[in-house]
Design a protein around this ligand. Structure first.
Ligand code: 13P
Length: 245
């Protein structure tokens, strides 16, 4: 059985005070939830503060990005050992906003993936097609390339930590969720691309306008194993409802 994951990607939102206040208030509201993993991914400057509040709780800490070297002259970057040292157990890799605005490619995704695995972080590898690609009928081709190249050279033992997030770019921040059937179709396709020995164990999350009123139907799909939530993870009320779908 695949344990579901509900992860909040805060993107570039919340100052230190706002972030700490949020997790202090969220913690007691979800303390009895144990049948699914809850992950909060705040911006880098507040990881340590948020991590201190949720240490020894059922909420895990994730980062939104990392660099593939452990250390070095790479101004502005952070490494897997640094993320571990402040309590991270997850890291988002290759989010479409990083591909779009910061030059991430399947090649950099692959390097970051190996850096995360080397340090025992759960990588949440994001893939997804743009509206233009969907309208041209290229969705499956795009997804296949992102999986084959972004996740290449993994050996079977590497796969146990890997989490994949399918986030159709046209559904992110638009209020336009993929229908559960559209999402399920792609999730099943993704699972079909994974090595047969591990395919049934890999968690595939859906992201793109996940809200309290659509999470249940999404989670009812056989190949949807959780949500990567943007906007609705910024408010306790909506995030709590999604966690408790
Ligand atoms: P929204 O939930 O705001 O559409 O964002 C989705 C996302 O990009 C999560 O990583």
């Amino acid at each position: 059985m695949r344990k579901p994951i509900i992860a909040g990607n805060w993107k570039m939102y919340k100052t230190a005070f706002e972030a700490v206040d949020f997790v202090k208030n969220l913690k007691p509201e979800v303390s009895d939830v144990h049948d699914r993993a809850i992950v909060i991914c705040p911006p880098h400057p507040v990881l340590k503060d948020v991590g201190d509040v949720i240490r020894d709780s059922n909420i895990a800490l994730g980062a939104q990005n990392l660099f593939w070297e452990d250390e070095g002259a790479y101004t502005g970057e952070v490494s897997a050992p640094m993320l571990k040292s402040v309590g991270c157990t997850y890291v988002i890799i290759g989010h479409s906003e990083r591909r779009q605005f910061f030059g991430e490619t399947d090649e950099t995704v692959n390097k970051k993936l190996f850096a995360a695995l080397k340090h025992n972080l759960f990588p949440i590898v994001c893939i997804g097609e743009t509206l233009e690609q969907r309208e041209k009928g290229e969705t499956f081709e795009v997804i296949e390339k992102q999986i084959r190249e972004g996740l290449k050279n993994l050996v079977i033992s590497n796969w146990s930590l890997v989490v994949i997030a399918y986030e159709p770019v046209w559904a992110i921040g638009t209020g336009k969720t993929a229908t559960p059937q559209q999402a399920q179709e792609v999730h099943a396709f993704i699972r079909g691309l994974l090595p047969r020995d591990v395919a049934q164990e890999i968690r595939i999350l859906y992201g793109g306008s996940v809200k309290p009123d659509n999470i249940k139907e999404l989670m009812a799909q056989p190949d949807i194993d959780g949500g990567l939530v943007g906007g609705a993870s910024l408010k306790i009320e909506s995030f709590e409802k999604i966690v408790k779908y």
